[in-house]
Design a protein around this ligand. Structure first.
Ligand code: GLU
Length: 301
């Protein structure tokens, strides 16, 4: 386990729109965990899918983070500038004989019960215009989530060979995130629990690419501090840069940090100062039930 001085965390939004309550939760939790460890907090813009990214969104996100006092260290890393590194990682996997082309549709995969059955692995006819998948194994991958506890996933059974280069030629989230977490020497990944099921796939890629595995902590972004399900509307509500303090207070409450009600009227700096001093990752609510669902549609790829 790295010493406190070695802590490097990150927030890695996809600029598909302005920050909403759920992404502010992930931003604040990763920020507080980093700062309370006297660590660095890096910002990575996961802008790999231009068709889903309004050109103004990345700038809006940066302005919101500033308005909320969430100041990052160093330069922002834009994934759109990193394609060469992803290509290199793909070549490394290809050299290990782990990559094959597949032209099955999403519907085909749904017809397999959502777990890709590897049918294109041994095809003799050439596949043109397909996606590239990485072959997985039947081994069970384990990791100890700092919030959700021990997790285990058998990729072969629960996930199947997964896409690393999409049919449209874009790199998939799973490979890009792994390459950049390694390149930025990220030691701690604190993010939304919608990505809990992606973690085993990411650990698998880290192992194949010879990278270290960071510690993971998944925030249950779809439930409140009482474990009740948040309505989509509440969760997706855009944040208001003009009034950061009360929203920071709400997010702290959501994160189980029991902020003093008087703090809701304090300055953002005072709230953040209090929150860094009092950050308790064990107080973050745990997920009531964890599903291991590798549905590609649920991943941001
Ligand atoms: N870019 C991803 C998203 O916005 C998050 C990636 C991550 O934190 O690993 O959902």
């Amino acid at each position: 386990m790295p010493s406190e001085a070695d802590y490097i965390g990150r927030f890695a939004p996809s600029p598909s729109g302005p920050l909403h309550f759920g992404s502010l939760v992930a931003a604040l939790a990763s920020f507080l965990d980093a700062r309370s460890h006297h660590g660095q907090w890096l910002l990575r813009m996961e802008d790999l899918d231009p068709a889903r990214e309004p050109p103004e969104a990345a700038g809006q996100i940066l302005r919101s983070l500033d308005a909320f006092g969430l100041h990052w260290d160093g330069e922002v890393l834009y994934q759109s500038t990193r394609l060469e590194a992803y290509r290199e990682a793909l070549h490394q996997l290809q050299a290990q004989g782990l990559i094959y082309a597949c032209d099955c549709s999403r519907q085909d995969v749904q017809g397999m019960g959502g777990v890709y059955d590897g049918r294109c692995r041994h095809r003799s006819d050439p596949v043109t215009g397909g996606a590239l998948r990485v072959q997985v194994t039947d081994e069970t991958l384990h990791f100890d989530d700092l919030i959700q506890g021990l997790q285990a996933q058998q990729l072969g059974k629960e996930c199947g060979d997964f896409v690393v280069l999409r049919k449209d030629g874009l790199f998939a989230y799973q490979i890009a995130v792994v390459v950049d977490d390694a390149w930025q020497h990220i030691t701690h990944v604190v993010r939304g629990s919608d990505l809990l099921d992606s973690t085993a796939r990411q650990i698998y890629l880290q192992q194949r690419l010879g990278y270290a595995t960071p510690r993971y902590a998944h925030i249950p972004v779809a439930v409140n501090a009482e474990g009740q399900k948040l309505s989509k509307q509440h969760f997706a509500r855009a944040i208001d840069d003009a009034h950061p303090a009360p929203q920071l207070w709400q997010v702290l409450q959501f994160l189980g940090q029991a902020p003093d009600p008087a703090l809701a009227n304090a300055s953002t700096d005072d709230i953040l100062h209090w929150a860094i001093q009092h950050w308790d990752i064990q107080a973050v609510p745990k997920l009531a039930n964890i599903r291991h669902d590798c549905d590609d549609a649920a991943s941001p790829d």
